[in-house]
Design a protein around this ligand. Structure first.
Ligand SMILES: Nc1ncnc2c1ncn2[C@@H]1O[C@H](COP(=O)(O)OP(=O)(O)O)[C@@H](O)[C@H]1O
Ligand SMILES: [Mg+2]
Length: 246
């Protein structure tokens, strides 16, 4: 999938992550270009969220390097990476409670993107509109239902002005119809040339956006390529149905 004439926007090299004796990421290499939409699937506990956390800077890898836009970001904080345009959403939405929807998105625009007050205000409004959230802009975040919390996760990430957006099960727990709404928003982001890495269990939703699919199992990437080929890969089928790696 890599084209020699284009430089990788994101590259993770030989990433290991251990929690005590538990090896959660085991020699993961991952490279993508700016205009790609990459899906990540794999059974629970495969290390998908941990990989996203290492890429976004939530915590450092035990070893290995992450580079973004040609620079080594391995030791940069999540906020520093965010300001460079590398932005994530969380599997379990984490809005600031006690603040409204609008305030949550405004903070993302001012703190996450580093915008001044007026620009952050405009950016926050634009993100809320894109995510269909204007009607709940003044609701306190903790009163929102699951779909709106997922939308808010997306709106906050967008307000941080990503070049590359890392999505962690944004459709998880939603009905097909609800997840379909989020897909429409994500398709709009693709039209705006934002790169996407999207972890999702609901494969038929994921494949509406992902042009390349990665399957992880037990801390490793076991398949990487065009979605149809990856889904038909015996190792991938075994990972899902066989309850573990070969
Ligand atoms: N902070 C942590 N401390 C200890 N173990 C963790 C931590 N985060 C994740 N793990 C473990 O790492 C493994 C991979 O988790 P995760 O990356 O969340 O998988 P996935 O997102 O693919 O379901 C699991 O066994 C999980 O229990
Ligand atoms: Mg996960």
């Amino acid at each position: 999938m890599t084209h020699p004439q284009q430089q990788a926007i994101l590259a993770a090299a030989d990433i290991h992550k251990r929690f005590g004796a538990l090896v959660v990421l085991d020699a993961v290499d991952f490279t993508m270009e700016a205009d790609e939409a990459v899906g990540i699937v794999g059974p629970n506990g495969a290390g998908k969220t941990t990989l996203l956390s290492v890429l976004s800077g939530a915590f450092p890898p035990s070893s290995g390097t992450v580079s973004f836009k040609g620079g080594d970001v391995t030791t940069l904080t999540a906020t520093q990476r965010c300001r460079l345009g590398l932005v994530r959403t969380h599997q379990v939405p984490k809005p600031f409670s006690g603040m409204t929807t609008f305030e949550n998105v405004f903070v993302a625009a001012s703190h996450g993107a580093g915008l001044g007050r007026d620009e952050a205000y405009e950016e926050a409004l634009g993100s809320l509109k894109l995510c269909g959230m204007l009607s709940v802009a003044n609701r306190r975040a903790e009163t929102l239902g699951l779909l709106d919390r997922k939308r808010l996760e997306l709106a906050r990430a967008l307000a941080a002005r990503p070049t590359l957006l890392l999505l962690d099960e944004i459709g998880g727990g939603l009905t097909d119809g609800e997840a379909g709404e989020l897909v429409d928003t994500i398709k709009e982001l693709r039209r705006r040339k934002i790169g996407i890495v999207w972890i999702e269990h609901i494969v038929h939703i994921l494949l509406q956006v992902a042009e390349r699919l990665i399957c992880m199992d037990a801390g490793r990437i076991i398949a990487d390529g065009d979605p149809q080929t990856v889904m038909a890969d015996p190792q991938v089928i075994h990972a899902y149905l066989g309850g573990g790696p070969k």
